[in-house]
Ligand binder design. Structure first.
Ligand SMILES: [Zn+2]
Ligand SMILES: [Zn+2]
Length: 429
């Protein structure tokens, strides 16, 4: 038997309902905020990711699916979403008119990581990006958008962590201050951090090794928010004032929140829940004002976030938001004649967007009712030899047990479907 590749997971029929719910909520909220969808390819030139993500990052060093094509160009399955979107924005000059450009897309990404709960090698993200808006209001708005999306889905215990990473004016000084502090604790840091301390000390702040996290939290590491330049400080204050005005309550200043990618500046944020232990971020993002230019585009500011859909759907399933809605109607046809008599009715009823389920192979009343239960059908239409002879079938409301008769009308399925829809749809409204 050929099996799926490790870290590449089937999303099974019982799970896709929840995925569709997430996708629908995203489309709804993003439309309200004025975003347009963009769809970019799964494969890009390796160079794009090396330049945008940074060649000394884990993603580029160890986690990319890269391969030569038939002409020996190095190609890569996208490990994250932003680089491809930025490439498309530059290539098609989408941001050339200087007006805010608000984009979203959803799709699979690929990273060669250790598969674990909620993390696959092929994983899915919802990605949201805004170009051409440098104002702090957009930083606040995009955090509010993320909060609204997660709230719409009913995800419980979400906390928004927000920080500022400064800018090229103030960050270098902070980095030096941080280095001085970390050197004192060098021997207690993990080997990765001992190395990163000199090259990229900010990365030490989000090291997942517990003793590194303890040193950062408990021994008074300098906070970037104490080292912001006046412009960054004013930007940051405005973001917080907007968040307050929008009534976001579960939002925390986290001075040690840094994102793994090198191109972030100023506002950075994560949505976390208490339920995933160390793996508790469901979404994260921030401002990346220098990225478009660094990829050869114009000097266009950008901000965005990505939501990890595997983690999100896993959390929603654990919070038992995942109940698959059953069909509106299950037609229990007990023999071939009943199937013949109801076929037209079933198709006609479906055309008014009523969900109808029927089994075409003959079965007993008992097995049919079992099946209706299993499907979680709201109504059942029972049709056997007696019903056919009498010209009317039994409709059964599975919740109230109410059983109105339904006059069969095999010669006029559309009319019958209209009467049927009237009975089974109306009481729900
Ligand atoms: Zn600054
Ligand atoms: Zn470390």
């Amino acid at each position: 038997m050929i099996k799926a590749i490790r870290g590449f997971k089937d999303i099974l029929p019982d799970e896709t309902g929840l995925w569709q719910e997430v996708e629908a909520a995203a489309a709804r909220v993003l439309r309200a905020f004025g975003y347009q969808e963009i769809r970019v390819p799964v494969v890009e030139r390796t160079e794009l990711f090396a330049r945008s993500i940074g060649s000394d990052t884990d993603i580029v060093e160890k986690e990319m699916y890269s391969f030569p094509d038939r002409h020996d160009a190095s190609l890569t399955l996208r490990p994250e979403a932003t680089a491809g979107v930025v490439r498309a924005v530059i290539e098609h000059n989408l941001a050339g008119d200087g007006r805010p450009l608000k984009l979203w897309f959803m799709g699979p990404m690929f990273r060669y990581e250790r598969p674990q709960k909620g993390r696959q090698r092929q994983f899915h993200q919802l990605d949201v990006e805004v170009f051409n808006d440098p104002t702090p209001h957009m930083d606040a708005e995009i955090i509010i958008l993320l909060d609204r999306f997660l709230g719409d889905l009913g995800l419980a215990d979400v906390e928004m962590h927000v920080n500022s990473l400064g800018c090229p004016v103030c960050r270098p000084d902070y980095k030096e201050t941080l280095k001085v502090f970390l050197r004192q604790a060098k021997s207690d840091l993990c080997p990765d951090c001992q190395r990163r301390l000199e090259t990229n000390p900010l990365r030490v702040l989000d090291c997942k090794v517990p003793r590194c996290a303890d040193i950062v939290r408990d021994s008074g590491a300098p906070k970037i928010t104490d080292h912001l330049c006046p412009d960054c400080r004013a930007h940051d204050a405005s973001v917080w004032s907007d968040l307050g005005r929008a009534g976001l309550t579960r939002v925390h200043r986290n001075p040690f929140l840094v994102r793994g990618l090198d191109y972030y500046s100023r506002t950075t944020f994560e949505a976390r829940t208490g339920e995933l232990g160390a793996q508790n971020a469901v979404a994260g993002g921030g401002r990346y004002d220098g990225l478009v230019r660094s990829l050869g585009g114009p000097d266009v500011p950008g901000i965005g976030f990505a939501v990890g859909l595997e983690r999100l759907t896993m959390l929603l399933a654990e919070q038992s938001r995942a109940h698959r809605p059953g069909p509106d109607l299950y037609v229990a046809a007990l023999d071939d004649a009943a199937v013949e008599a109801s076929f037209g009715l079933v198709q006609a009823t479906r055309s008014s967007n009523v969900t109808v389920e029927i089994d075409y192979q003959p079965g007993s009343l008992k097995s049919r009712m079992k099946r209706a239960d299993k499907l979680n059908a709201a109504w059942v239409l029972i049709l056997g030899p007696e019903e056919l002879a009498g010209g009317q079938a039994i409709l059964r409301n599975m919740a109230t047990k109410e059983q109105p008769f339904f006059r069969l009308e095999p010669e006029a399925p559309d009319r019958a479907a209209a009467r049927l829809t009237e009975v089974i749809v109306k009481p729900k409204e």
